[in-house]
Design a protein. Structure first.
Ligand code: ADP
Ligand code: ASP
Ligand code: MG
Length: 405
């Protein structure tokens, strides 16, 4: 007998038919003699719809009340799935995040899981119940409901799998696994049979929504193998694990992130200490900076540009505007119509020319690069948002239309 954790995303439980489909998968697993813990997300677009509803009432609601609202989405799906399983004649119980023992930090809207105390889950499994847990939520030290940030149900599933030492953690979604690019957007995207934690972490962080990056980080930390697969087809998915394949893949995927803004502080005096001061101010405001580019000093001044997520752009601009005169810079410029396109691959470290190939693909598509950033296993470029889809396709074609895989 094994302990199996199965997570089902929003589209997998979007309507009654899909809920029964999931009930079938869960009960098939249970019938084979396994203990089954299921983590569910909110149905379809419920979370987005709740955000819209909140905005109709108050455009700046408190984060606490927002979490009370958003957590309701997972509570709807957990109870509906439990009802479907009851109807199929199997013993089942649904638990909210706090009932399931999820203790989090107090940061409403983006709480971190501090610990999971799975006593209640264990008790229910001992009673031979299938246990359904609401993903994406927990409780903080004020006994308030918190949510884990968008896409957080993946992390809930990995957390349960790690504290309960599950034998298998399956992430069921609406595509058949992790692909070399978003299969809904890029024709010819290929399903990967396996991918390493490090590459998956980069892809997820750089915009491949299929797994939440914090879930991958946690899976790596506790060495939990994940299987990403479709709830609608019975095909094998993608295994996310420590050392995928003997030979490192040259490139494992292309990702796009449109949640980016570029901010430039123009005409900064070309002398020591100013970058330090500018970025310290931003850090003090909790603004996380991604790609940074500084021009060569000319006529005694230089420009410093960087990217942030769109929700932090206003704060970054306000912070720098207060500071422009102090540092003697000319002005702050803010651009929202940008996107970051990246390639990820553990093999690029030992293969020169990958960057040149990526840039050639962009040149052939006549797409201009604004900024570039690299690490051992990724290369990212900042481009105009309107070019992003064409850029992903051009780069994907360059690396995957040949025998590179
Ligand atoms: P769920 O509701 O199951 O959590 P998500 O919508 O969060 O599902 O993630 C699945 C979606 O991720 C897919 O429908 C697909 O469009 C998108 N996606 C983006 N990049 C990739 C990729 N590289 N491989 C697979 N899916 C991807
Ligand atoms: N329902 C939440 C969201 O839409 C959590 C999740 O889907 O993982 O972000
Ligand atoms: Mg998701």
């Amino acid at each position: 007998m094994s302990l199996i954790v199965q997570k089902f995303g929003g589209s997998s439980v979007a309507n009654a038919e899909r809920v029964f489909n999931v009930a079938g998968i869960v009960t098939d697993t249970y019938k084979k003699g396994n203990d089954v813990v299921v983590v569910v997300s909110a149905q379809g677009d419920t979370t987005d719809d709740f955000i819209e509803k909140a905005n109709e009432i108050n455009t700046e609601p408190s984060k606490r009340e927002m979490d009370v609202l958003l957590s309701a989405g997972e509570q709807i799906s957990m109870s509906l799935l439990a009802m479907a399983i009851e109807k199929l004649g199997y013993p089942v119980v649904s638990l909210t995040g706090w009932q399931a023992g999820f203790h989090t930090s107090s940061a409403y809207g983006g709480a971190r899981i501090k610990r999971v105390i799975p006593d209640r889950i264990r008790k229910e499994l001992d009673k031979k119940n299938i246990v359904i847990v609401a993903g994406f939520q927990g409780i903080n030290r004020y006994q308030d409901i918190t949510t884990l940030g968008r896409g957080g149900s993946d992390t809930s599933a990995v957390a349960i799998a790690s504290v309960m030492h599950a034998d298998l953690c399956q992430i069921y979604t609406d595509v058949e696994g992790v692909y070399t690019a978003d299969p809904r957007k890029v024709e010819g995207a290929r399903k990967l049979s396996e991918i390493s934690y490090d590459e998956m972490l980069e892809l997820a962080t750089l915009g491949a929504q299929v797994l939440n990056n914090r879930s991958v980080e946690m899976a790596k930390k506790y060495n939990i193998e994940l299987e990403v697969l479709s709830s609608l087809t019975k095909k094998p998915g993608t295994i996310v694990k420590e050392a995928a394949k003997m030979e490192k893949m040259l490139i494992s995927g292309v990702a796009k992130d449109t949640n980016v803004a570029r901010i430039s502080i123009v005409g900064v005096p070309d002398r020591p200490g100013l970058a330090f001061k500018i970025f310290s101010k931003l850090a003090a405001k909790d603004v996380n900076v991604d790609i940074i580019l500084q021009s060569i000093g000319r006529d005694g001044t230089k420009d410093i540009s960087f990217t942030v997520t769109k929700d932090k752009a206003k704060e970054a601009v306000e912070t720098l505007n207060e500071y422009v005169e102090v540092v003697g810079a000319a002005r702050v410029v803010h651009e929202d119509n940008v996107a970051k396109v990246s390639i990820v691959g553990a093999g690029m470290e030992s293969h020169p020319g990958i960057a040149a190939d990526m840039f050639e693909a962009l040149y052939d598509a006549q797409i201009n690069i604004q900024m570039i950033s690299t690490s051992e296993i990724k290369i990212s470029v900042l481009i105009n948002a309107c070019d992003a889809d064409a850029a992903v396709s051009a780069i994907h074609d360059k690396f995957f239309s040949t025998d590179n895989v």
